[in-house]
Design a protein around this ligand. Structure first.
Ligand SMILES: Nc1ncnc2c1ncn2[C@@H]1O[C@H](COP(=O)(O)OP(=O)(O)OP(=O)(O)O)[C@@H](O)[C@H]1O
Length: 503
């Protein structure tokens, strides 16, 4: 300060004047910041304001220099991997990062309700736990004795959408180190989704992983046994390694399509999810009503190898035949009016035909109204197998009863190989099942076949899950009530239709 105080203003000015071009030479881009300070210094009224300016300038210089050095180091002496938000690798990285101690000490974080937490119902202390992840800033951390930098940026995109990107870097020039780290993230993530089925939904024209679901055992979906076996055998053969070569030798697209049809509540969606679990495939769910031709094409082009593409309630989806469409069928699409429909039938047929689709994809479409579908959509080649699911027959009612009341340790519906017939009285190992077996037969005798859906029967049995006797005693009243409800619903629907006709 003393020397500053003694120095004459003219001396200071000429000193700084000498330094400015030099600074600009070393730190290009600085002049916009230095020029105002320079004019203040040269014309400054007091020594204090000059000192203040010099202090500020030094601080600015320090910050600029450290950023400049940081960029220099990052450019020449570090390696970096960028991970796009729309890729599953992003979920892997963030999932791993959130489990690391450095994530808890990040000064800028993103807070979200942890939807994946398995809090016990009713425990208020555990309800809606918060989950924090580092955001908008650099986080430094050590991993396997190396220093890494994690950087995740959230920015506001167009139309209020949020854009996110993340990158990971480390001080060293060997990219294998970063790949190893990402491989650790991948292993950690895969371990967490083991025994789960991963579902993907679309955001715009990109896939995004949604919450993984516990795998549903094939044995918990109760349908006709031969039908289930036929379906499983078909998928097993399709996914066998030699089948792929077979398709490729003949130049055929390696894809297979299934249509699951039948009344509501017969297990179409459940069957699809349990197939995904059984064959360890991810499910990509297409919601046609939110798509247009362009996004549909992009989504099909982005599908990985070996996956299930699920189109639920395909009769209700927004697909329409454009004027002049040359799809190979002459009938109309169905009952849906073409208004507000964005995906054209010809585009859907093209993507299904596989020109832009992935190898080994299974397409599963479900519908309650097969008669409403355009024949072009379900012709062989696009749909290779049509599986009709029925209302519950005797065997299914029996299986549902056994499924609910049999103790899990004793169940023979759990394991698909052992899923033959229920144990018969007198059979070895079936002694404790005997009473259950008789109760089951009693229940089956009371419920007419092919009148109620498995969903309806299951829901009734679950409401009586603690007492098969009570279920048998109250099933007649329950059926009566359900029939009445259906009649009321039918009357209401027909009145509504009549009203519509009048208008
Ligand atoms: N065959 C079945 N075996 C076991 N559970 C079933 C079966 N059918 C339905 N359920 C149960 O009923 C509920 C609805 O089933 P799901 O959604 O699979 O039926 P769906 O045929 O796809 O119905 P919708 O046509 O209305 O979409 C689920 O909780 C499922 O567990």
């Amino acid at each position: 300060m003393a020397s500053l105080g003694n120095a004459s203003p003219t001396h200071n000015q000429s000193f700084l004047f000498d330094q400015m071009p030099l600074l600009d030479l070393f730190f290009p881009g600085l002049p916009p910041a230095t020029s105002p300070a320079w004019s203040l210094l040269t014309g400054g009224p007091s020594i204090y304001s000059q000192a203040l300016c010099i202090g500020g300038l030094l601080l600015l210089l320090g910050k600029y220099a450290s950023e400049y050095l940081g960029t220099l180091l990052e450019t020449y002496f570090s390696s970096k991997i960028e991970v796009p938000y729309t890729d599953e690798a992003y979920d892997m990285l963030i999932f791993w990062v959130c489990s690391q101690p450095f994530a808890r000490s990040a000064r800028t974080s993103l807070a979200k309700i942890d939807l994946k937490s398995s809090a016990e119902p009713g425990s208020h202390a555990e309800k809606k736990p918060l989950h924090y992840s580092p955001c908008n800033g650099r986080s430094y951390f050590w991993h396997k004795r190396r220093l890494f930098v994690f950087n995740r940026q959230r920015t506001q995109g167009e139309f209020g959408s949020t854009r996110e990107e993340a990158c990971i870097s480390y001080f060293g020039r060997n990219p294998a180190v970063l790949r190893e780290l990402l491989n650790d993230c991948r292993r950690y993530y895969l371990e967490s989704v083991k025994n789960k089925t991963c579902l993907f939904e679309h955001q715009g024209d990109r896939w995004k992983a949604s919450k993984p679901m516990a795998k549903r055992e094939m044995s918990t979906v109760i349908i006709n046994r031969e039908l289930k076996k036929m379906l499983l055998d078909d998928v097993t053969e399709f996914l066998a390694p030699q089948t792929r070569a077979w398709y490729s030798r003949r130049g055929l697209p390696y894809q297979r399509g299934y249509l699951l049809h039948g009344p509501p509540g017969t297990g179409k969606s459940s069957l699809c999810l349990s197939m995904a679990g059984h064959f360890d495939l991810d499910v990509y769910v297409l919601t046609m009503s939110s798509l247009d031709d362009h996004s549909l094409k992009s989504l099909f082009a982005e599908l990985p190898q070996h996956c299930i593409v699920l189109v639920e309630d395909v009769d209700a989806t927004a697909v329409h035949r454009k004027p002049g469409d040359s799809a190979d069928a002459s009938q109309s699409v169905g009952h849906n009016s073409p208004t507000n429909k964005k995906v054209s039938l010809s585009t859907l047929l093209n993507v299904l035909d596989g020109l832009a689709s992935s190898e080994g994809r299974l397409l599963i479409m479900t519908t309650n109204h097969i008669e409403r579908l355009d024949p072009a959509l379900i012709r062989p080649g696009r749909v290779d197998m049509k599986v009709e699911l029925y209302l519950a027959d005797e065997d299914m009612i029996n299986q549902l009863f056994y499924f609910v009341y049999n103790s899990p340790s004793n169940t023979n519906i759990r394991d698909d190989e052992s899923e033959t017939a229920l144990p018969q009285p007198g059979e070895e190992g079936a002694v404790e099942d005997c009473e259950l077996l008789h109760l089951g037969q009693e229940f089956v005798a009371k419920v007419p076949k092919l009148e109620f859906s498995p969903a309806e029967i299951l829901s009734f049995l679950l409401a009586n899950k603690h007492s098969p006797h009570h279920a048998i005693a109250s099933v007649a009243a329950w059926m009566e009530k359900l029939r009445e409800e259906r009649a009321t619903l039918t009357r209401t629907t027909s009145w509504e239709l009549d009203d519509d006709d009048d208008h």
